[in-house]
Design a protein around this ligand. Structure first.
Ligand SMILES: O=C(O)CCC(=O)C(=O)O
Length: 336
């Protein structure tokens, strides 16, 4: 008879607690680079055992704001769900090229301006980061690389993870409208965009495993918009014992974390080059100017012919706008 040796505490811990970290390390590795065969890629029809295409073209109600926000007609959107992750949805790039360019410009030129909060505030008090990066016709690559996040609306407190009514700025109107269009498409009529983190990733950046639980209202969905280079996005369960799925996020993709998926651990272990440049697919369209193209708080409005400096950034970076509702619909502030 074989005497079974009980596993050591270490081995047990490995099998339970550490599944998320193990997968994170696997995909983060450069030497050797990870195999991508298990990564769910909605552009690859072989993944049909893991994802479901949900789009019902006939039932979709168009939204007149879509064009002005750089979105395609809603009936052309492709909405996917994930068999192993109830509550997780992905809308495959619903943006036009002009739309991608518009949001990339907003994230670089407008959102990292004071009074919005940035990681660089610890070491510099530049008012306008993008302008400072391009002062005197030069490109300050060092300053450019330093920006890792900007917060909008209720500012995320990275230490306490608690929002405060005393620490918020005006939430950008156009981003709120964008989320409202996406939320209504998914049947959320009451969604209010109240806090956002804009994440800036370089080719070697990662985002470690975490849950987003600071919001009072955890029933509202979270909207995550990706632009530029691609990312491997990991999503697991409510603790780190579940082996996470790896999902490829490409420029323009919108990830929605709702219901069971809203509080799941997630992370970004790797940024991958994305060969297509969907921000360049169509000619420039100045009609996008109609409503949201002007920065209502400051002039002058965007000049699309300045696109090349934004393009140089996005060719080597990824931007993610991560938008949340903080309060319940009945609340006006955190004290209500
Ligand atoms: O970059 C991403 O796709 C995820 C960002 C994220 O998880 C966050 O900001 O909490």
């Amino acid at each position: 008879m074989i005497n079974e040796v009980p596993p050591s505490v270490d081995t047990l811990w490995d099998k339970t607690e550490d599944q998320f970290m193990k997968t994170f390390k696997y995909y983060k590795s450069n030497k050797p680079p990870p195999l991508l065969a298990e990564v769910i890629n909605i552009e690859d029809i072989n993944n049909t055992d893991k994802i479901l295409l949900l789009t019902q073209k006939n039932a979709v109600q168009e939204d007149e704001r879509a064009k002005q926000l750089g979105l395609r007609e809603l009936k052309s959107w492709q909405l996917y769900s994930f068999k192993e992750h109830p509550g997780l949805f992905l809308i495959r790039n619903p943006f036009t090229s002009n739309g991608q360019r518009y949001w990339i410009q907003k994230c670089l030129q407008v959102y990292p301006r004071k009074p919005n909060k940035r990681n660089i505030d610890m070491e510099t008090n530049v008012e306008d980061w993008w302008e400072a990066c391009h002062r005197h016709g030069r490109c300050d690559k060092q300053l450019m690389k330093k920006l890792r996040w900007t917060t909008l609306g209720y500012h995320h407190n990275w230490d306490t993870k608690v929002y405060s009514d005393d620490n918020k700025s005006v939430f950008p109107e156009e981003l709120s409208a964008l989320c409202d269009v996406v939320a209504r498409y998914l049947g959320y009529e009451e969604f209010r965009a109240e806090a956002a983190i804009v994440n800036y990733y370089h080719m070697n950046s990662t985002l470690s495993a975490h849950t987003d639980h600071s919001e009072v209202n955890l029933e509202a969905p979270l909207f995550s918009f990706s632009f530029g280079q691609s990312a491997i996005f990991l999503i697991g369960g409510r603790d780190k014992t579940t082996v996470p799925s790896a999902i490829l996020l490409n420029s323009g993709d919108v990830m929605v974390m709702s219901k069971e998926a809203r509080l799941c651990y997630h992370a970004v272990p790797k940024i991958l080059p994305y060969a297509p440049t969907p921000w360049n697919d169509e000619a420039f369209d100045d009609q996008l100017d109609i409503m949201y193209m002007k920065d209502t708080r400051r002039s002058p409005p965007f000049k699309l012919n300045e696109w090349s400096i934004f393009e140089n950034y996005i060719k080597e970076s990824r931007i993610n706008m991560n938008v949340r509702q903080v309060l319940y619909e009945t609340q006006c502030n955190l004290k209500d």
